[in-house]
Design a protein around this ligand. Sequence first.
Ligand SMILES: Cc1cc2nc3c(=O)[nH]c(=O)nc-3n(C[C@H](O)[C@H](O)[C@H](O)COP(=O)(O)OP(=O)(O)OC[C@H]3O[C@@H](n4cnc5c(N)ncnc54)[C@H](O)[C@@H]3O)c2cc1C
Length: 339
Amino acid sequence: MTANKNKAKDILVVGEVRSRGIHGATLELTAKARELADVLQERVLTLLMYDSLDSDPSTLAGYGADTLLCARDERLGLFNQEIQSRIMETVIKRTNPRIVLAPASTSGRTIMPVVAARIRTGLTADCTGLEIDAETGELLQTRPAIGGNIMATIRTPKHRPQMATVRPKTFRVPAPDLARKAEVHFIDLPQEIFETRIEPLGLEISKDEDANIQDRDVIVAGGKGMKRPEHFEMLRELASLLEGGVGASRAAVDNRWITYPHQVGLSGKVVSPKVYVAVGISGSVQHLAGMQTSEFIVALNKDPEAPIFRVADLGLCGDLFDIVPRVIEALKNRKRGEA
Ligand SMILES: Cc1cc2nc3c(=O)[nH]c(=O)nc-3n(C[C@H](O)[C@H](O)[C@H](O)COP(=O)(O)OP(=O)(O)OC[C@H]3O[C@@H](n4cnc5c(N)ncnc54)[C@H](O)[C@@H]3O)c2cc1C
């Protein structure tokens, strides 16, 4: 069923709850939805599906939600694609939104295509930009295409809702407006929603805690210039002195010098730390797609023509095997001095 295009209004954000907390991607998308809804002069509805929450869902009002739709049930503790997509479908049919946004996380990437196919509308995955066309009121969904070499802007002119996933950390999360208030509705969930062929067995959190780079304020990333896996040890040491995490280019990951969860870029993670240090990374468009919203970029490369220098706030041209150990030594000396 395609929702009635003429009557469709408001923006529905599909939020995410992890380990009983509202995930940052939900704040980010709710804030972006607020910006878009202000242009349309419509409301933002944020949907949360969970079994229990440690925080108050109404905190999302501060980021721009007008209404919180809470689907709370003990059977929602573990991600189940069948159940969550049915809840989403039910909510979409009840609220007839103009736009539906979800994070391009594993769960968002799993349920959004299912729902889009069921309600017969389009979906743009992995958007890096969203705007409202002032003339038509349509959602302009921008994402890299053709291997990241061009940015394509996609519209959904004939069907509603217009659905898009957005890679976490694409947009900055603003400070919350604590004066804003939202209505909180608990959705009644008919029993049929929970009839499923899937039995989630459990949740295993990755043991590689260092791979959780998206939450880091500082990232030190290495590329093909690192030459060998053991050379990543010095980046780990540098990152640890800066209290940051270690990232990598795809070339380093493809060479198995470091694991995929550390990859930054178009086919890896999008990160937006306060400081991003690129070491021996040339700065391909696909790598830049994952880190160019970083607040301060430091590039270290021996090639003065390397494209990474075009986005760098601070460029160091030289041999990384000479410079990185000296920086480590200087930081250690400073720490010793402070102790
Ligand atoms: C569809 C698609 C998706 C992709 N997704 C991603 C992605 O998610 N992330 C990603 O990173 N790439 C991605 N790529 C690959 C991308 O195109 C590049 O191939 C890759 O980013 C190159 O990695 P690099 O900069 O480490 O290597 P290179 O481009 O080989 O650069 C190595 C750099 O190290 C420098 N260097 C070498 N030795 C030293 C030294 N001793 N001291 C200082 N500098 C030195 C060199 O000057 C050079 O600039 C993708 C490609 C495609 C087609």
